[in-house]
Write a protein that binds this ligand. Structure first.
Ligand code: 6GU
Length: 268
């Protein structure tokens, strides 16, 4: 895969792609990442890239002539052009899977108040946001998209099984992980994981995945592909939680009753 990144701040990309898995993917020729400075396509002697917004208002707008020239110079005949912008569709694992299929991505990092709308009309195929919060520019978003996408290219991760099992591929959150020692600061690793019973371990993990997803991201359960066994496990978890909540209420009521018995009149 070829990835071209257009940015006003190429220095921001020096760190993230020179470490760990992405670095190795580059070294092994599975991906080529080229960083380009948008300013290189400015034509005046001040190398101007932005201008005041028509209609007034705060901030500056990236000039369409400079940005379209930059995009056209790198996109070739197969580049899929993505503008990183808070106005884009929200990035998900499904979108990462889509992008991992493409031979050539061109990531355009927006900045300042934004880019001239005609750039989107003329030269952009897709607009992506990484979530509902505001960044100073598209650079960090581009790094997130590259990281999530490149690790899905066949051969980038050593262990392809870990791809299958992890959060969001299954549509569920991951189960808890443990390594040695079996007891740490009084906390024991769940006994089933030490048992060597593979079927029981798999069942425990599935149950904990479902429990976590129910507790932390119930929204994901709506879309996750669940088996009949999963639904049964979920009902058990719900029943357990209802039972625990009931016991909690009873304990609280007892404490309450206790304080009432011994309470002294505050105002005579
Ligand atoms: Cl892609 N850009 C900016 N500036 N802010 C963002 C974003 C992108 N995604 C989330 N917030």
């Amino acid at each position: 895969m070829l990835i071209d990144i257009l940015t006003l701040f190429p220095g921001m990309f020096e760190g993230p792609f020179n470490e760990s898995i992405i670095k190795r993917a580059i070294e092994r020729g599975l991906v080529t990442i080229r960083i380009h400075n948008i300013r290189d396509w400015a034509t005046d002697r001040h190398r101007t890239v932005d201008d005041y917004p028509y209609g007034g208002g705060a901030g500056m707008v990236l000039k369409p002539d400079v940005l379209v020239a930059a995009i056209e110079a790198v996109r070739g005949d197969d580049g899929y052009v993505i503008l990183l912008t808070p106005q884009g569709r929200v990035f998900t694992q499904q979108i990462a899977r889509e992008l991992a299929q493409k031979p050539h991505l061109v990531l355009v990092c927006g900045h300042y108040e934004g880019v001239d709308e005609r750039v989107c009309q003329l030269a952009v195929d897709d607009e992506i946001s990484i979530g509902d919060y505001v960044l100073t520019g598209g650079e960090l978003a581009a790094m997130v998209v590259v990281d999530a996408t490149v690790r899905l290219i066949p051969g980038v991760l050593g262990d392809q099984a870990s791809l299958q099992e992890e959060s969001h591929s299954s549509g569920l959150l991951e189960y808890p992980h443990y390594t040695r020692p079996a007891e740490f600061r009084g906390l024991r690793v769940p006994e089933v994981l030490l048992s060597g019973h593979h079927a029981e371990i798999a069942r425990w993990r599935r149950r904990e995945s479902l429990r976590r997803t129910l507790e932390r991201r119930p929204d994901l359960l709506e879309k996750a592909p669940l088996t009949a066994e999963d639904r049964k496990l979920l009902e058990e978890i719900r029943a357990e939680k209802a039972q625990a909540a009931k016991q909690e209420r009873q304990a609280a009521a007892q404490v309450d009753a206790g304080t009432q018995d011994t309470a002294q009149p505050q105002d005579a």
